[in-house]
Write a protein of this length. Structure first.
Length: 444
């Protein structure tokens, strides 16, 4: 079985003193003796997803696919980033503009509170056949709740309350939260997010799998890739063979040497949202107690013309992890031109990907020369199977890496700070004392 590769040859430090620590942290995850051990449901999730689970998701996806040209994925953070990352990576980037497309187009809402965006989305959907997948683990998050209320109103006005019921699916907690109450009351089809799987680790639950299946992609391949990586990074797979432990170790080694920022780079625009998913997974898991690597993501070569200068010569507190795709799906050669006015004939007959690969290699060498340690992750192809491997590799790595850092990688207490202020400012019932304190603070 081919697997993703991790190339650490451009990081000049020894990891020998980290082997034992990384293996110990992997064992802590497995035996549940570390921090946040009530959120370890993701560890054996890929290998435990049953045929029945997959069939149930595929069946609901098939109904939405039959009924809808557009499906709005309502959710924020872990409740949308995984699905968006996979769908954007796998779909033909121009399908949404084709009238003969076979798959419904996934749209996204509830991941911000931008009024114009919501207005324009509602306006667009007014005469379209659409459905909604409403995802919130807590069932109380404000951003998706506002978007869902607006979209539900529009859908009911178009197809009636009964018709809307056929086109709305809720994914939430088994028993708690406003979304569970609402879904039960309205009689929506629901899927449950397991209690012991946190939002940013939920891509292989219905949270990610349902929208991905609706968009027409093979969730079985995604799960198979993740299950293979689960086996390849399990306790007992020694450091020398265990890519997740190696990545966790190299990150911590670099961090301890003052490299405080990790930049995840891709060379294919389809991968933009894989970077967004990764940013959340690592940033939200490790950034706490005054510690943690700041995660940034860039799209290359695009951002070499914006951030390239900083990366090459700015403050030397960064390292870079490049996700490389060995074989693109298509083949495109650069044509020859008689006049050669653009001077490009030296590339005639060569593949666009060859140029991209040379840009990748040239960038790596330049950044290493500029004292930016470079880690490379190579996917043989950008398909569901290897994305499954990649996602699980990152999940296992962040668990181990967080434990090596000494934090609980599975909580996110800091996310509450803005919410509390926002609720106080909006005079939410139950926040009376905070609202009064806020009013006083703003008067000073
Ligand atoms: O990783 C997490 O837990 C968070 O990013 C959540 O996914 C995000 O805050 C959305 O929460 P919820 O699904 O409860 O609406």
């Amino acid at each position: 079985m081919e697997r993703i590769q991790l190339d650490l040859s451009k990081v000049t430090l020894s990891l020998s003193s980290y082997h034992e620590e990384a293996e110990k942290c992997n064992a802590m995850l497995d035996n549940g003796t570390g921090k946040g051990n009530d959120f370890l449901g993701w560890i054996h999730l890929p290998s435990s997803i049953s045929e029945k689970d997959l069939a149930a998701i595929e069946s609901v996806a098939a109904t939405l696919r039959e009924q809808c040209d557009y499906v709005v994925n309502v959710g924020i953070g872990g409740s949308y980033l995984g699905a968006r990352a996979v769908v954007d990576a796998l779909q033909n980037g121009f399908d949404a503009y084709r009238s003969d497309r076979k798959n419904p187009v996934l749209l996204y809402a509830g991941n911000h509170i931008g009024e114009d965006y919501l207005y324009e989305m509602l306006d667009f959907l007014r005469d379209k056949s659409f459905g909604i997948i409403n995802i919130s683990k807590s069932g109380t998050t404000t951003e998706p709740a506002i978007a869902f209320r607006l979209l539900k109103d529009l859908l009911e006005s178009r197809v009636g309350r009964e018709g809307a019921k056929e086109r709305i699916v809720a994914i939430t907690d088994a028993a708690k939260g406003a979304l569970r109450r609402l879904a039960d009351e309205e009689g929506y089809k629901t899927f449950v997010i397991p209690d012991n799987v946190g939002g940013r680790f939920s891509v292989l639950t219905p949270v990610g799998l349902l929208p991905i299946a609706v968009a027409g992609f093979n969730i079985r391949e995604l799960v198979r890739g993740a299950a293979d990586m689960e086996a390849m990074t399990a306790v007992g797979v020694a450091f020398a063979e265990n890519l997740a432990l190696q990545y966790a170790a190299v990150r911590n080694a670099l961090y301890r040497q003052g490299k405080k920022i990790e930049i995840l780079a891709n060379f294919h625009p389809k991968m933009h949202n894989i970077g967004e998913w990764w940013k959340q997974l690592f940033g939200e898991s490790e950034g706490k107690e005054g510690k943690g690597i700041f995660t940034a993501a860039i799209d290359l070569t695009t951002d070499l013309h914006s951030m390239g200068q900083w990366i090459q010569e700015g403050e030397r507190t960064i390292f870079e992890t490049v996700i490389s795709i060995a074989r693109p799906d298509h083949c495109l050669t650069i044509p020859s031109d008689d006049k050669d006015l653009d001077g490009l004939n030296f590339l005639a007959g060569r593949r666009v990907d060859e140029v991209n690969k040379m840009a990748e290699l040239g960038t790596q060498l330049a950044h290493v020369d500029g004292n930016v340690p470079n880690i490379r992750i190579v996917l043989p192809q950008l398909n569901a199977y290897y994305i499954g491997q990649l996602f699980y590799f990152f999940e296992k790595a962040v668990g181990v890496s967080g434990y090596m850092l000494g934090v609980n990688p599975f909580d996110q207490p800091g996310v509450e700070a803005y919410k509390n202020n926002m609720f106080a400012l909006l005079n939410k019932p139950g926040y009376e004392a905070q609202s009064a304190a806020m009013a006083q603070r703003l008067q000073q």
